[in-house]
Design a protein around this ligand. Structure first.
Ligand code: S3P
Length: 442
C-alpha cells in the first residue's frame, strides 16, 4: 500500500510521561446537543466534545430550529420546546456518526413531517432496521432501500406508545425508542434484557422528563417514559470520554517506563468494562480524585507500564466496553498468552466490521489472531519483538485508526495506518496529546 497524505506511522517510542485531559464524552455530548435543542429555555454546556460527529448533531439540531452558539468555551442552546422541532429544509447529514443518526431518528421520527437522513460511506453501510422497526410500530412511515441510509421518515398525526423489548444490547436502540416516546402521548416502555449505557435515562431525568427505571426480578431493566412532558434547559459539564481515554491508557501500559495521568474521566459503571478487564490482566491503574459531577462518577487515572497476562473476557461485560475491543486487542497483542473475547458480534456493525479490521491489522503486524463469527482470540508477544512493520486498513473507522497507532508506539517496527482523517470524528487532539506524552509519529 502506498504512503498517502492521510496515512500516519507510529514509531516505537520512549517512555510516555505527563498529565492529559481528554475530550468530553461522545455519548453525553451528542445527547447534550439533542436534549438542549429540544428543551424549553437555555442549556449551557462545557467540556463538549468538538469532534465532527457531535458537530454534525449540532448542525442537525440547528436545522430543526434550535439556536446554538459558543461563547468563551461554553455552548449555549435555546431549545424549541418538546414537540416543537421544525421540519429541516435539507437532508440531515450525520457524516460518520451512528449515534447522531440513530438517536435523531428517534427524536424526530414521530413528528408529522418529513425528515431525510444521510451519512458517509461507513454510516450508509450500517443497519438502521434496528431503529426503523420500533418506529414503524409507533406509526412512522419509512422510505429506505434495505433499511440503510438514505432514510426518510414521516411521523403520524398521533404516534402510538409502544412497549419494546430491545432485541440486541444497544443503547442507541433503547435511546431512539425513548426519544420517540417524548413526542408520543401516554407511556412508552423499553425492556432492556442486558443493561447498556444509561446516559439517556440519567440525562432525560435531569432535563425534567417523567421517566422511571425498574429492575425486574427477571433481571430485565424496564424503562417507562411519559410522553409530551416539558423538558427544561440544563447546565451540563461533560466529563472526559472513557473510550477516548483507553488509547493513551493502553499506550502507557505497553510502552516501557511510562507513567501518565488522565484527568476527569467518566467512570459510569456502564462504561468502565475495559479498565476492569485490564486490571484483571495485571494493569497498574490507580483511581485518584474520585468524585460525582453532574450525577456521573468521574476520576483521574494514573497508569504505569505493566506486564499483562491474557484472559478470557467475561461475555456479559461486553456492553460496558463495546467500543473498547480494538484498544483491548492491542493490549492483548502484547500480553503473555491468549486473550479470548467472545460474544462480540455487535462489533461487525460499528463504523467498520471491527472483528475483521482488528484481525487483519494484527496479522499485518505479525500477531496471531483467530477470528470467529462472534469472537477473537489473540496470542500475545509480550516484548513486541518482531511485531509491527505493517500497514493497516482503517475502513473510515476512528477507533481502528487510533488502536493501531497505539500499537505502533510499542511495536519493534512501528505501524502505519492508511487513513488518519477519521480520528477527528471523536478525538481531534489525539496526535497532539500523544505527541505531548512522548509518542513519535511521522
Ligand atoms: C452509543 C452506543 C453504542 C456505542 C456507540 C455510542 C450511544 O452503540 O457503540 O459508540 O451513545 O448510545 P450501540 O447502541 O450500537 O451498541
Amino acid at each position: 500500500m502506498s504512503h498517502t497524505e492521510k496515512s500516519i506511522t507510529a514509531h516505537r517510542s520512549d517512555a510516555l510521561k505527563g498529565n492529559i485531559r481528554i475530550p468530553g464524552d461522545k455519548s453525553i455530548s451528542h445527547r447534550s446537543f439533542m436534549f438542549g435543542a429540544l428543551a424549553s429555555g437555555e442549556t449551557r454546556i462545557t467540556g463538549l466534545l468538538e469532534g465532527e460527529d457531535v458537530l454534525n448533531t449540532g448542525r442537525a439540531m440547528q436545522a430543526m430550529g434550535a439556536l446554538i452558539r459558543k461563547e468563551n468555551g461554553t455552548w449555549i442552546i435555546q431549545g424549541t420546546g418538546n414537540g416543537c422541532l421544525l421540519q429541516a429544509s435539507q437532508p440531515l447529514d450525520f457524516g460518520n456518526a451512528g449515534t447522531g443518526a440513530r438517536l435523531t431518528m428517534g427524536l424526530v421520527g414521530t413528528y408529522d413531517m418529513e425528515t431525510t437522513f444521510i451519512g458517509d460511506a461507513s454510516l450508509s453501510k450500517r443497519p438502521m432496521g434496528r431503529i426503523l422497526d420500533p418506529l414503524r410500530l409507533m406509526g412512522v412511515q419509512v422510505t429506505a432501500q434495505g433499511d440503510r441510509l438514505p432514510v426518510t421518515l414521516h411521523g403520524p398525526r398521533r404516534a402510538a406508545p409502544i412497549t419494546y423489548r430491545v432485541p440486541m444490547a444497544s443503547a442507541q436502540v433503547k435511546s431512539a425508542v425513548l426519544l420517540a416516546g417524548l413526542n408520543t402521548p401516554g407511556i412508552t416502555t423499553v425492556i432492556e434484557p442486558i443493561m447498556t449505557r444509561d446516559h439517556t435515562e440519567r440525562m432525560l431525568r435531569g432535563f425534567g422528563a417523567d421517566i422511571e427505571v425498574e429492575k425486574a426480578a427477571s433481571g430485565n431493566r424496564i424503562i417507562r417514559l411519559a410522553g409530551q412532558g416539558t423538558l427544561k434547559g440544563q447546565v451540563i459539564d461533560v466529563p472526559g470520554d472513557p473510550s477516548s481515554a483507553s488509547f493513551p491508557l493502553v499506550a502507557a501500559l505497553l510502552v516501557p517506563g511510562s507513567d501518565i495521568t488522565i484527568h476527569n474521566v467518566l467512570m459510569n459503571p456502564a462504561r468502565t468494562g475495559l479498565f476492569l478487564t485490564l486490571q484483571e490482566m495485571g494493569a497498574d491503574i490507580t483511581l485518584l480524585n474520585e468524585q460525582i459531577t453532574g450525577g456521573e462518577n468521574v476520576a483521574d487515572l494514573r497508569v504505569r507500564t505493566s506486564q499483562l497476562k491474557g484472559i478470557s473476557v467475561p461475555v456479559e461485560r461486553a456492553p460496558s466496553m463495546i467500543d473498547e475491543y480494538p484498544a483491548l486487542s492491542i493490549a492483548a497483542a502484547f500480553s503473555e498468552g491468549k486473550t479470548i473475547m467472545a460474544g462480540i458480534e455487535e462489533l461487525r456493525v460499528k463504523e467498520s466490521d471491527r472483528l475483521t479490521a482488528v484481525a487483519a491489522g494484527l496479522e499485518a503486524n505479525n500477531i496471531f489472531c483467530e477470528e470467529g463469527t462472534d469472537y477473537l482470540i489473540i496470542e500475545g508477544r509480550p516484548d513486541g519483538k518482531g511485531c509491527g512493520g505493517g500497514t493497516v486498513a482503517t475502513h473510515l473507522d476512528h477507533r481502528i485508526a487510533m488502536s493501531f497507532l497505539i500499537m505502533g508506539l510499542a511495536a519493534e517496527h512501528g505501524v502505519t495506518i492508511d487513513d488518519a482523517s477519521m480520528i477527528s470524528t471523536s478525538f481531534p487532539q489525539f496526535i497532539n496529546l500523544m505527541t505531548k506524552l512522548g509518542g513519535s509519529f511521522t
